[in-house]
Design a binder for this molecule. Structure first.
Ligand code: 5AD
Length: 351
């Protein structure tokens, strides 16, 4: 039954594609609970009760792509576009460092203004000013040569969600000019270059099925990313998927738990999207196996302009408020925000 498969996953961190399908198709509420408590146990064994934080800097909302789910897609004329200057980015880092962040995540749309030269210039400045911090980039699909330039400039990690491990589903979520094979090639190149790599997907995205989700889990088991970002799909009113329903809290928590069991030392964020669909979403995420939080460090003035989906939280607060709020929420569940780069721990000998 499903309980036995969950127990097996807890011990061996490996299942067949059809076992994942069975778990996803047949699990009961009690089995979801079991997965989440096994996942929490596994997290505590590897990471204790500490939670890593990353300061997220959303530095451009220009994007040349038209992903059907995303609010900042090129053709959304409602979006007021912005770019942060190098100086603005550096002052986000300064504020972030003061608040205790030791990882900065530069995330943006695929914005041609930010040539490799500009990215390298900015990243080098951050690297020089904060030698004790990790730098993460999340700026989409680039050539292997570009990725290499970023790595040489001091970027440690790269986030590129795979979105779905099923090619036909990928094509349903994206316009024709984007390709699943290209996405997979990018992820492979990033890993080969030596980045700590993060992939990930939305829970409850339009067209997602038990079969596509099982493929996501199996993909993660095989690819062995350092990080995996998942959160519920949330419809954005100006997109093709405006009328679709959002992914659920329960399913997202269950998937977080499964991901923890698949890779005990995985860096697994409780995402902003999870905090958006439920007031206590991020705490519940931490209690289900997540161990990372990525609060927003962007200047207050631009936050309302980086809306991938409707009702996004923390768009009105200063960084310090968001941080203090999270600190309180974590304390309430017996977890603690760490001042740390937050690299993945080594896998334990017994595994
Ligand atoms: N709901 C939830 N997540 C979204 N993303 C983009 N649009 C949405 C949405 N409507 C996620 C995608 C992307 C990441 C930056 O945000 O998975 O990779």
């Amino acid at each position: 039954g499903v309980s036995e498969l969950l127990q097996l996953l807890f011990e061996k961190h490996h299942l067949s594609l059809s076992s994942y399908e069975k778990i996803l198709r047949e699990r009961t509420k009690e089995e979801e609970e079991l997965a989440r408590s096994l996942a929490r146990e596994c997290t505590e064994k590897h990471y204790g009760r500490g939670v890593y934080t990353r300061g997220l800097i959303e530095f451009t909302n220009f994007c040349k792509n038209n992903c059907h789910y995303c609010g900042i897609q090129r053709d959304n004329g409602e979006v007021e576009r912005y770019r942060l200057s190098k100086e603005e980015i550096l002052s986000c880092c300064e504020e972030g460092y003061r608040l205790g962040f030791r990882t900065f995540v530069m995330q943006g749309g695929e914005d041609p203004y930010f040539t490799d030269e500009r990215i390298v210039d900015i990243v080098s400045a951050i690297r020089k000013a904060y030698p004790d911090c990790a730098i993460t980039l999340s700026i989409g699909e680039k050539s292997g040569e570009s990725y290499e330039k970023y790595f040489k400039a001091g970027v440690n990690r790269y986030l590129l969600r795979h979105e779905t491990a099923d090619e036909a589903h990928y094509q349903y979520l994206h316009p024709k000019e984007l390709s699943w094979k290209k996405r997979m090639r990018c992820l492979k190149e990033l890993k080969e270059i030596g980045f700590q790599v993060g992939c990930g997907f939305m829970v409850g995205s339009p067209g997602q099925t038990v079969k596509t989700l099982a493929k996501d889990l199996y993909f993660i088991q095989e690819f062995q990313p350092d990080m995996c970002g998942i959160g519920p799909f949330i419809p954005q009113h100006a997109t093709k998927f405006a009328k679709e329903k959002a992914g659920s809290l329960g399913e997202t928590l269950f998937l977080l738990a499964l991901l923890r069991l698949i890779k005990p030392n995985l860096l697994l964020p409780a995402t902003t999207a999870l905090g958006t669909i439920d007031e206590h979403g991020r705490e519940l995420g931490i209690l289900s196996g997540a161990n990372v939080l990525m609060p927003n460090l962007s200047p207050k003035e631009v936050r309302k302009k980086y809306l991938l989906y409707d009702n996004k939280i923390c768009t009105g607060d200063e960084s310090a408020q968001c941080k203090a709020d999270l600190e309180k929420k974590m304390k309430a569940i017996g977890a603690e925000l760490l001042v740390d780069r937050g690299d993945a721990r080594k896998e334990k000998e017994s595994e």
